[in-house]
Design a protein around this ligand. Structure first.
Ligand SMILES: [Zn+2]
Length: 618
C-alpha cells in the first residue's frame, strides 16, 4: 500500500552517498528494487474488501490498480509510482527495478537455477540460522516444518497465485515437487486451486523465496557494495540480513554488500505505520513543505538514532534551513566571532587582574616574612600597594596575550569547523543544483500570517512585502510569482493539516503544545457586539483615539504605529497590555496574536480604518 514518509530516510541517505561518490568521479549505480513479484499476504484497510477475496496470494504486479488517479497497470505499479514520482522533487536520482520484470530476464533465471541446484544447501543455511538458539525439541519441529521447503515457487498458470493462507493463517507457497535440470523445468502443485503443472525456468513464472531473492539480486551486480534497510533486518544471526549475506556468499559466491540499518522515523510521538490507514506519505509532505527540510533532517541525524518529525515545528525547521543557506552564501556567520572574542577579552581582563593580585599578595607576604631586617620590612610594608601593582603589571600583558591567543585559536577553529560542515552539508541538502547566489528566502512565519490574511491582502502586496523583507537580509534574489504561489499553497495545506491535528489530538497538554508552535488566528468579518461590550472605558477611549489617528495618516509604518501607541497611552493613561489586547481583539478576535507592528503593516490601511471606524463615532 501507501509508502510512508519515513522510507525517504534510506533513499535520501543513499542519494547523498551517491552524490559524494560521483564527486570523487566514481561510477555509481543507485537502484531501488520494487518487490512487485511478491505475493499479497493481506491488504491495507483503505483497499476494497473484494481485493482480499479475489487477489490475496497473487503477486502485486498481477493485481489490478485499486485507484485511477495515477496511471498504473497494476497494484504494484500504482503504489510504486506514487512513491517514485516524488523522487525527482526530492532531488533523488535513482533507477527503479521492478522485480516482476527482473524475473523475466535470463540473468535472473540463471540465479534461480543455481538456487534450485543447491536447494539442500540453501535449506541447511537457513535452518542453521533460524534454529541457532532453539532447544532440541524446537529444532526438530522447525526441521520438520521445512521438510518440503524449496527456495522457489511458481506463479500458478491457472489462478495466478504463488501462495495461499489457510484458516489457521499459515502461508503455504505453491510447492515445487521436482526440478528437472535436463529439461530445465519445474513441476509444481498449487494449493490454492489444486492445479499441477510443469513450467520452464525461463517462463518467468518461477520466483525465488524471499530468503534467496535478496542475495540473488545482490549477486547480479557483484560490485554492489552498499544497501540500506530498516534496522529490523539486522538482528544478529537470525535476522534476514545475516541469513541473506550467508546465502549470498555460500550459494552465489559473492561476499555480499555492506549494510546499514536505519532507526525508525516517527511522526511526532506516533509511528508512521500504515496499519491505522492514514499514511503520511512523501507526497503529503511535499504538499506542505520544501524537500530540503526533510533532506536536512535525515542528513543531520545519525542513522542509528530515531527521528521524530514534528510537522507543527515547520517554522523552526525553515529558520534552521535558511540559516544554513545564508552561512553557505556567506551572508551570515556561523556565530559572531568578534563579539565572542571581545566578551572573552573583557571577562579575562577582570578575572586575570583578580588572579594576579591574589598571587602577588601571596608573594608579597612571603617576601615580608622572609625579610629579617626590621627597617627593610617596614619600608616594604609601606610600599605594599605600589609593589603589588608592579608585580601585577609585570605579569599581566604576557599572560593576557597568551590566554587570549589560546581562546582565539580554539574559537577560530570552531568557526571554521562549523563553516566547513555547512559547506559540505548544504549541497547535499539541496534538492536541485546549488545556485551561484542565495535563492529567495521567505520566512515561514510570514507565510503563515499571509495565508490567514489572504482575504484582506492582495497577492502583489504580499509579494512586495516579502521582497522588502528579503532585501533587509541582503539577499539579492527576486521572488518569482510562481514561487510565491507555491509557498503560499504549501503553507495553506500545512495550516489545514495542523488544524486537523489539533482537532484530533485528545491529550489537552499536547493540544496546547502544538498550538504554541503555530500562530493560528482567524479574522472575523466584523467586530462583534460581544467584543465591543467587553472593553472598558479606557480601552474604548484609546480605540477612539487610534481610529482618528488612522484617519490622519497616509501611510502605515512600524515607526508611526509605535509613536501613536505612545501618544495614546499619554493621553488615556491606559496600560500597554490592555491597549494591545484591545487592538488584537478588534483585528483577529483574540487577545494575543503575531507581533503587532509587522503584522499590521502588512494589512491594507483602508481596511484597518474601516475596521476601527466603529469606535470613532462613540
Ligand atoms: Zn492455482
Amino acid at each position: 500500500g501507501h509508502v510512508h514518509m519515513g522510507f525517504m530516510r534510506e533513499i535520501i541517505i543513499g542519494d547523498a552517498i551517491q552524490r559524494l561518490l560521483k564527486k570523487k568521479r566514481k561510477e555509481v549505480n543507485f537502484r531501488i528494487f520494487i518487490d512487485s513479484y511478491d505475493a499479497a499476504k493481506r491488504f491495507p484497510p483503505y483497499i476494497d474488501k473484494s481485493y482480499a477475496d479475489n487477489y490475496v496470494g497473487q503477486p502485486f504486479a498481477l493485481i489490478p490498480s485499486p485507484f485511477n488517479d495515477i496511471e498504473a497497470s497494476s497494484y504494484a505499479e500504482y503504489f510504486g509510482k506514487e512513491l517514485i514520482n516524488t523522487f525527482p522533487d526530492f532531488g533523488v536520482d535513482i533507477e527503479t527495478i521492478w522485480t516482476h520484470s527482473l524475473y523475466q530476464h535470463a540473468e535472473m533465471h540463471e540465479q534461480i537455477r543455481i538456487g534450485l541446484q543447491k536447494a539442500d544447501e540453501v535449506k541447511k543455511i537457513v535452518l542453521t540460522h533460524l534454529t541457532h538458539a532453539m532447544s532440541d525439541s524446537e529444532k526438530a519441529e522447525k526441521y520438520e516444518d521445512y521438510e518440503q521447503w524449496m527456495p522457489a515457487m511458481v506463479v500458478c498458470e491457472s489462478c495466478n497465485r504463488t501462495q495461499i493462507k489457510n484458516s489457521k493463517g499459515e502461508i503455504s507457497p505453491n510447492r515445487i515437487v521436482n526440478y528437472d535440470q535436463v529439461k530445465d523445468t519445474v513441476t509444481y502443485i498449487c494449493p490454492a486451486c489444486e492445479y499441477s503443472g510443469e513450467v520452464k525456468i525461463s517462463s518467468g513464472l518461477v520466483k525465488l523465496n524471499w530468503r534467496l531473492d535478496w542475495p540473488a539480486k545482490w549477486a547480479l551486480n557483484p560490485k554492489n557494495v552498499y544497501e540500506g534497510s530498516g534496522k529490523d533486518h539486522f538482528t544478529k544471526i537470525t535476522g534476514s540480513w545475516d541469513v541473506a549475506t550467508d546465502l549470498c556468499h555460500q550459494i552465489y559466491g559473492y561476499e555480499g554488500p555492506v549494510g546499514l540499518g536505519f532507526e525508525w522515523v516517527r511522526l511526532g510521538d506516533s509511528d508512521m505505520g500504515t496499519s491505522k490507514g492514514v499514511v503520511f506519505m512523501p507526497k503529503t509532505y511535499l504538499s506542505m513543505a520544501e524537500p530540503e527540510l526533510l533532506r536536512m533532517i535525515f542528513l543531520t541525524t545519525n542513522p542509528s538514532r530515531h527521528v521524530s518529525f514534528r510537522i507543527e515545528e515547520l517554522s523552526l525547521l525553515y529558520d534552521e534551513y535558511e540559516r544554513i543557506e545564508r552561512i553557505y552564501y556567506q551572508l551570515e556567520e556561523p556565530f559572531d566571532l568578534k563579539k565572542k572574542l571581545d566578551d572573552y577579552s573583557n571577562r579575562l581582563q577582570k578575572a586575570l587582574t583578580k588572579e594576579l593580585e591574589k598571587e602577588a599578595l601571596e608573594q608579597f607576604s612571603l617576601l615580608i616574612r622572609n625579610e629579617q631586617d626590621i627597617e627593610k620590612r617596614k619600608l616594604l610594608a609601606k610600599n605594599k600597594k605600589g609593589k603589588i601593582e608592579e608585580m601585577v603589571n609585570e605579569q599581566f600583558s604576557t599572560r593576557f596575550t597568551e590566554q587570549l591567543e589560546k581562546y582565539k585559536k580554539s574559537e577560530e577553529a570552531e568557526y571554521s569547523r562549523q563553516r566547513g560542515e555547512i559547506e559540505f552539508l548544504y549541497p547535499l541538502i539541496r534538492a536541485k543544483n546549488v545556485k551561484k547566489e542565495c535563492p529567495p528566502q521567505i520566512p515561514h512565519k510570514f507565510l503563515v500570517n499571509m495565508v490567514q490574511l489572504r482575504k484582506y491582502i492582495s497577492f502583489e502586496e504580499i509579494l512586495n512585502k516579502a521582497q522588502q523583507t528579503q532585501e533587509q537580509k541582503q539577499i539579492p534574489a527576486i521572488i518569482s510569482k510562481s514561487y510565491m504561489k507555491k509557498r503560499l499553497q504549501q503553507t495553506e495545506n500545512w495550516l489545514n493539516h495542523i488544524k486537523t491535528l489539533i482537532e484530533e489530538t485528545e491529550d489537552a497538554q499536547e493540544k496546547i503544545r502544538i498550538e504554541s508552535k503555530v500562530d493560528l488566528f482567524d479574522v472575523p468579518k466584523t467586530v462583534s457586539k460581544a467584543t465591543i461590550g467587553s472593553f472598558d472605558e479606557k480601552q474604548l477611549l484609546s480605540l477612539k483615539e487610534f481610529s482618528s489617528w488612522l484617519n490622519q495618516i497616509d501611510e502605515f509604518t512600524e515607526e508611526n504605529l509605535k509613536n501613536s501607541m505612545i501618544q495614546i497611552r499619554d493621553k488615556t493613561r491606559i496600560d500597554a497590555k490592555n491597549l494591545f489586547q484591545a487592538i488584537y481583539m478588534v483585528l483577529i478576535g483574540r487577545s494575543v496574536g503575531p507581533r503587532l507592528g509587522p503584522f499590521m503593516t502588512l494589512m491594507d490601511l483602508k481596511w484597518i480604518r474601516k475596521r476601527f471606524s466603529v469606535f470613532g463615532k462613540k
